[in-house]
Design a protein around this ligand. Structure first.
Ligand code: SAH
Ligand code: SF4
Length: 408
């Protein structure tokens, strides 16, 4: 059978277009690099280091994006910085709020590429689903993002910027963004009591094909002086880029999720074409070798339930056999397929999903069925972008204004 989709993605996408105003965006850059930039712009080494430290604190602990608001920096220095540098957030093109609390944003880069971000609140946590690329080089056949071309990798700033935007929207900067000059209480930086507690790299794109930028962004998210989120609360999802998995464990150290979706070569070749390059056995071996995985930090296997494709009792038993064979500390996430216009598959019946889940569960492996969220707002991966492209420009402008007003 001739299966559509490339298996040899080009991991060198289009470069970022420099900003039209010539300023340098410092969001997402390591503190030392910001100091270097300040020095190159004319500050002496000591000043540059001190200013970088102050600016960094304002950006990540206070959520401030205007140099003018950085009140412990000399008044004359602030316009000097603003002329040369910028702390940019992705632009919000559209913000949607589902009746179940799920929120979804269509975001735009400074060089005009749209991508998505989703926030999913639960009783005990709030999970932000972050994108790593605009589009995707892989063509998983059930995934709407897979129908788009890869435009470019997101930069570290655009990845961290998503978390910053979510904090803006949820009002989660300590003591309000303009509250200045008081002694800070470190306890306010803990995730406790916050809406945004977890991050999953499960938005648009394949994070392991944008490894350096994803790593650099997550380093800032995890940095105690950055956004200070624990690595245990961050999960990276890959469709199975085997050669990068070891580096992911060692250099990023976050939880791993693997989009398995099928247990035999024929089916996985069809629905996750990357399988023709990195097969199931190699993928599971890389999982067994994943640095930091243990019974306390299990690897999540994502499995999208496709009717008559991958959902039989036999498939469930084979899944159990494979997990045992590689002795994997695993949990299985069963995802009801979210159909989109033109998709080639249907979602399995609820009874079939339950039967599948029971077989895995009875083998002692947790296999919850993920509740579909935000169905009223096209929350399936890649759908908002396409829906928005069908809307008129005027309507989008109106929605953006409404959103701006709602945020105050
Ligand atoms: N590229 C990475 C991360 C982004 S996709 C990866 O493939 O793992 C994250 C998840 O979105 C995938 O595991 C897939 O299960 C899910 N997904 C994509 N399209 C879907 C759809 N139409 N219905 C249900 N889940 C979908
Ligand atoms: Fe890309 Fe992941 Fe979608 Fe596959 S499932 S096309 S890897 S975003």
């Amino acid at each position: 059978m001739d299966i559509p989709g490339h298996i040899d993605p080009v991991p060198v996408p289009r470069p970022v277009t420099p900003r039209a105003d010539g300023r340098t965006d410092i969001l997402g850059l390591p503190k030392a690099q910001i100091a270097d930039l300040f020095r190159e712009a004319g500050l002496d080494a000591k000043q540059a280091k001190l200013r970088a430290k102050q600016v960094w604190h304002w950006i990540y602990h206070r959520g401030v994006s205007a140099f003018e608001d950085m009140t412990d920096i000399a008044k004359t220095m602030r316009p000097w910085l603003a002329e040369r540098f910028v702390i940019a957030r992705p632009e919000v093109v559209e913000a949607q709020h589902s009746s179940d609390g799920t929120r979804k944003w269509l975001l735009r880069t400074a060089d005009n590429h749209d991508f998505e971000m989703v926030f999913i609140p639960d009783a005990d946590r709030g999970t932000l689903c972050v994108s790593s690329q605009v589009g995707c080089t892989l063509n998983c056949r059930f995934c709407h993002t897979g129908t788009m071309r890869l435009v470019r990798n997101l930069t570290p700033g655009e990845i961290v910027g998503q978390v910053m935007l979510a904090r803006d929207a949820l009002g989660e900067w300590p003591k309000g963004r303009m509250d200045v000059g008081e002694v800070e209480d470190e306890s306010e930086y803990r995730a406790d009591g916050r809406l945004l507690t977890n991050i999953v790299m499960m938005g648009m794109g394949e994070p392991l094909y944008n490894f350096d930028n994803v790593r650099d962004a997550l380093k800032i998210v995890m940095d105690a002086e950055g956004l200070a989120l624990s690595r245990r609360r961050i999960t990276l999802s890959t469709s199975g880029v085997v050669p990068m998995m070891d580096r992911c464990g060692r250099e990023i150290g976050v939880n791993l999720a693997v989009s398995l979706h099928a247990v035999n070569k024929e089916t996985r070749d069809e629905i996750v074409p990357l399988n023709r390059k990195y097969g199931i056995e190699d993928l599971l071996q890389a999982c067994a070798d994943y640095h930091g995985a243990s019974n306390a930090r299990r690897i999540t296997f994502e499995y999208v339930m496709l009717k008559d494709k991958n959902d039989s009792d036999e498939d469930a038993r084979e899944l159990v056999r494979l997990i045992r064979k590689y002795d994997l500390p695993a949990k299985v996430n069963l995802i009801p397929f979210n159909p989109w216009d033109g998709s080639a598959y249907e979602c399995s019946d609820p009874a079939r999903i339950r039967a599948f889940s029971n077989i895995v569960f009875e083998a002692g492996i947790s296999a919850p069925v993920r509740t579909p969220r935000g169905r009223d707002i096209d929350a399936a991966c890649g759908q908002l972008k396409t829906a928005a492209e069908r809307k008129s420009r005027a309507e989008l402008d109106r929605l953006a204004e409404e959103k701006q007003a709602a945020l105050g």
